[in-house]
Design a binder for this molecule. Structure first.
Ligand SMILES: [Zn+2]
Length: 279
């Protein structure tokens, strides 16, 4: 019924109104639907009880940009790591905008040659430890406690002992978890559905929780070990514990999505109308 009415309405509209009006109308509909999608709460986990505590490792990055060297092959594994880096980059901005938490979001940036501080990611053809992935971290601070060098080594398994292998999604989940360690987060224990839980890779948690992100936001404001946030980090009253899905963390900010899609439709309509006139 709705489809029939709207179809009829649109064809009436297209016939009577000029292309420009159609365009405005479509843009309006588009904006409403995009706004609706991005405003939809998308919680897929909410632990029932327990204290949500995020333990910290004990270091924080002195720089906003974090250089990452990723092993080049295999390409699907490298792409999975780049996606995981992007998730952290976008999630931090999403978090600080959504909850008005001042932060200096870290940005994982892929580099060819590492400088003094870096994250290095390699792929392990066969599983050698019980864990699918492993992170080693080393950090140095001067006499004032200011961190000046951080090196993080991450190893990700491609094939498992039981003969199975990790697909792109599993690798991305694993990389996102290990990159959480690279940012200074230790394991959480309250729920296996938290990204930073030891067993989270098996649960396909692809994004950090608000607790993970709050801890990173606090760390991002600190460059000395004397100013470290209280460990473990707990959420303030006004921030609920939940894990946003990837769709909640938009790649392009909302107004830009509308603009891009709108321009696309505009170009198409203008072309169609020119083609009609030419005929
Ligand atoms: Zn871990």
């Amino acid at each position: 019924m709705f489809l029939y009415v709207s179809e009829g309405f649109i064809s009436w509209f297209m016939m009577t109104a000029r292309v420009e009006y159609c365009l405005l109308f479509l843009l309006l509909i588009l904006s409403i639907s995009v706004a609706g999608i991005s405003a939809m709460p998308n919680t897929y986990q909410q632990p029932l009880s327990g204290t949500f505590e995020q333990p910290l490792i004990g270091f924080s990055w002195p720089t906003q940009q974090i250089p990452v060297v990723v092993e080049e092959h295999p390409e699907y594994a490298r792409d999975a790591v780049l996606d995981a880096m992007q998730i952290w980059n976008l999630a931090q901005t999403w978090f600080s905008n959504t909850y008005m938490v001042p932060s200096r979001p870290y940005k994982f940036v892929e580099v060819e040659q590492p400088g003094q501080s870096y994250v290095k990611i390699t792929f392990n053809q066969t599983q050698t430890k019980d864990d699918w992935g492993y992170t080693w971290w080393y950090y140095w601070y001067d006499s004032d406690g200011v961190f000046y060098k951080i090196t993080v080594l991450i190893s990700l398994d491609l094939n498992l002992r039981d003969g199975g292998s990790l697909g792109p999604t599993e690798l991305q989940v694993l990389a996102t978890h290990e990159l959480g360690h690279a940012l200074g987060l230790n394991h959480t224990v309250f729920s296996e559905m938290d990204l930073m839980n030891h067993f989270s890779p098996g649960h396909r948690i692809t994004t950090p929780s608000t607790l993970n992100l709050y801890a990173v936001a606090l760390l991002s404001g600190v460059t000395s070990r004397n100013d470290m946030p209280q460990n473990p980090v707990t959420l303030p009253q006004n921030i609920p514990y939940w894990t946003p899905s990837e769709s909640v963390i938009p790649e392009i900010p909302f107004p830009l999505i509308t603009l891009t899609l709108g321009l696309g439709i505009a170009m198409t309509l203008i072309r169609v109308s020119k083609w009609r006139r030419a005929k």
